[in-house]
Design a protein around this ligand. Structure first.
Ligand SMILES: Nc1ncnc2c1ncn2[C@@H]1O[C@H](COP(=O)(O)OP(=O)(O)OP(=O)(O)O)[C@@H](O)[C@H]1O
Length: 252
């Protein structure tokens, strides 16, 4: 589904990604780990076309991704969540989630704003889809609530709901369990596995929580200073001497 080959991204004198390559098969859940500054978020920003690559290729479902315009990424079935939540605080949970489906609506900004014919039906359809996702993520009760003021764990699920309502085939999650307590982490892991199986979504997840990564992912890729230093099953990666030295400190 996704093939990253020899990807390099530089910011002035910093090489954030240095010839990184790996591939992701359809239906897999792949963890991306590494110390702070290793290049994980930069990689996501390349995949979603926020950043341009200096060299290398990214192939998604057989097509080159690096020439695609950033606004066209969602329509290709790629969705992401953000490390520091990208929600609108005063909007309701449902409206925040509906934002994630905007690329699937036919009504443009002006048509929707002027409430021209056809907009009502489309909005009802997207709303029904948003409600389905909210129910799946146990968020139905807070659908009308503004995002502001909700517990952090709830907001993390809203962020996931917003990514899912676009019906992605590839889901990029940036530190989805950061800041959650251990019960919430476990619940999130279960939800994610169910989503992957039921909705046929391929997942790449950046996360520092090793219990979550090792218990949830099929395969793990470890970056350090922009380079891939290890790749394999969780069992192999967590025993890798380079990974232990660069990141884990001691074997987990
Ligand atoms: N827009 C940018 N401008 C300049 N440097 C950047 C930019 N984005 C990232 N970098 C640099 O690139 C390197 C990789 O950063 P990145 O955020 O990708 O790391 P990360 O692995 O996601 O770290 P963390 O785990 O802390 O989120 C860092 O040295 C960072 O300072």
């Amino acid at each position: 589904m996704l093939e990253v080959h020899d990807l390099t991204v530089r910011f002035g004198g910093i090489t954030a990604l240095d010839g990184v390559g790996f591939s992701v098969r359809r239906g897999e859940m792949v963890g991306l780990i590494g110390p702070n500054g290793a290049g994980k978020t930069t990689l996501f920003n390349c995949l979603t076309r926020r950043y341009d690559a200096d060299s290398g290729t990214v192939t998604y479902e057989g097509r080159s991704l690096l020439g695609v315009a950033p606004h066209a990424i969602a329509a290709l079935g790629i969705a992401r969540t953000f490390q520091n939540l990208g929600l609108f605080p005063r909007m309701s949970v449902r409206d925040n989630v509906m934002v994630g489906a905007h690329h699937r609506g036919r009504a443009g900004f002006l048509t929707a704003g002027l409430r021209l014919p056809g907009v009502g039906g489309e909005e009802r359809r997207l709303r029904a889809e948003a409600d389905e996702v909210l129910t799946r993520l146990s968020l139905a009760e807070v659908a009308e609530h503004p995002a502001a003021g909700l517990p952090f764990g709830t907001l993390k699920r809203v962020e996931l709901a917003r990514a899912l309502v676009g019906r992605p085939r590839l889901l990029l999650l940036d530190e989805p369990v950061n800041g959650l307590n251990s019960a919430e982490v476990e619940a999130f892991a279960g939800t994610l596995r169910a989503i992957r199986d039921d909705l046929d979504v391929t997942v790449v997840v950046v996360e520092h929580h090793m219990g979550f990564v090792m218990g949830t992912c099929d395969r793990v890729v470890c970056l350090d200073f922009g380079r891939k230093i290890a790749e394999g099953t969780p069992a192999v990666v967590q025993r890798d001497p380079g990974v232990i030295e660069a990141y884990l400190g001691t074997a987990v």
